[in-house]
Design a binder for this molecule. Sequence first.
Ligand code: NAX
Ligand code: K
Length: 465
Amino acid sequence: MRSAHTVEQVRAAEADLMARLPEGTLMQRAATGLAVAISNFLGSTYGARVVLLIGSGDNGGDALYAGARLARRGAQVTAVLLSDKAHAEGLEALKMCGGRVGSVEDIRGADVVIDGIVGIGGRPGLRPDALAAVQLAEQFDVPIVAVDTPSGVDVDTGETPEPHVNAALTVTFGTHKICHFIDPAATACGPVHLVEIGLDLPPAEVESLQAADIRHLYPVPHGESDKYSRGVLGLMVGSTQYPGAAVIATAGALGGPVGMVRYVGPDPVAEAVRAAHPEIVAGNGRVQAWTIGSGLGDELDIPRIRELLDAEEPVVLDADGLKALDDSGDHVDVLATPHAGELARLLDVDRATVEAERLKHARLAAERYDVTVLLKGATTVIAAPDGQVRVNSNATPWLATAGAGDVLAGLCGSLLAGGLSPLDAASLGAYLHAAAANLASSSGPTTAISVAAALPEATRYLLRS
Ligand SMILES: NC(=O)C1=CN([C@@H]2O[C@H](COP(=O)(O)OP(=O)(O)OC[C@H]3O[C@@H](n4cnc5c(N)ncnc54)[C@H](O)[C@@H]3O)[C@@H](O)[C@H]2O)[C@@H](O)CC1
Ligand SMILES: [K+]
């Protein structure tokens, strides 16, 4: 599991550790890791032209000390001071190693620009001279390596209401910050490299599953398992208007751990599902979980869906089914899987607001409707009603294809029926869905059915790794 902590949590852990170490130790740890990461990014340090953008705080200090190390290894390092309060000892160290103070003109022809403008002490946005320097780097195609966070983003929310740095690489210290995980800021970070500095941290605010977590969470059958104990999933999806959704969601469910799938829907649709997947059983019967909503179109029966939401079995509620959600009652066993537009409707705001403030709105909906919310997008945000948040960012843009959401709804239902909690089912489902999409699109475009078909192979690989 990867963890992201809030600025407040990081500051407290840093203060704790600093009290036990000689002054400046943490900054030296950070600067050493930063210099190594920049060297690796550059490929060759000797003769490389490095421009440091330096703000008023310790973020600039990290950049100056890292610049000093690079200068010692033969890089031509120039600091552009964007504040008259630049870190004095760091600046001295840089000069001692042959670095110099220059101007934004040095950005032209640089191999890399280091963003030491602000880190976790920064407010969103860039001041005019910082913005001008960043724009110059963009204009001359000079990649930017961000120190700790891309300056200008909102560190604790991942929002980007103001201009900010778009980094080719972000080098962070001690732990991930929320902006590294949550879009739109996560995209502005580029790949994120974590440098250990020895912080002792409390439980994380936001988590992200890694390959090793899959093996730990997946309900692998054992010697005593039978089709019922592995879980039976009921699917109330698809309609005469959208029969494909039923076929595709069933493929997603069968690509998960479930022992059996029951399809409940109009006869012609059940026939189409059976033709594609002869292993399904059509009609009502006992189930351990439901997936409801994908492709129901106008044929949704809201009172019936509400009955199922109030029943004991956990439910994945997708697409049109979300219209049945109301904010009264206990729905902790419900996993709602909206995209930004659907979440906007649930919260009575517009879609752009949800997209700009994804973490906030996923949490709001989880709290208001007492459900676990899986907000779809390039990075998936999953918020549980108890406040836990997980993200998934291993998706591929090829996954933006019709029916991909139906696969996810079927798969998450399969995981719920396999006994996982809504939070685990959602985070495991999002991870496996993305892993299968990566496999299915390894040589180009893919389809929802191919993603579902790649689920067993992706799962096998992850269970072995
Ligand atoms: N505290 C520690 O022990 C460590 C801190 N480290 C570094 O220190 C950073 C935090 O340093 P600081 O607390 O000094 O804070 P920053 O360097 O992030 O910001 C410093 C100051 O910038 C100004 N500022 C805020 N928003 C701005 C904006 N949008 N544009 C321009 N200026 C703005 C404010 O006056 C603020 O106090 C971390 O991000 C990390 O890079 C690392 O060296 C690791 C150890
Ligand atoms: K920065």
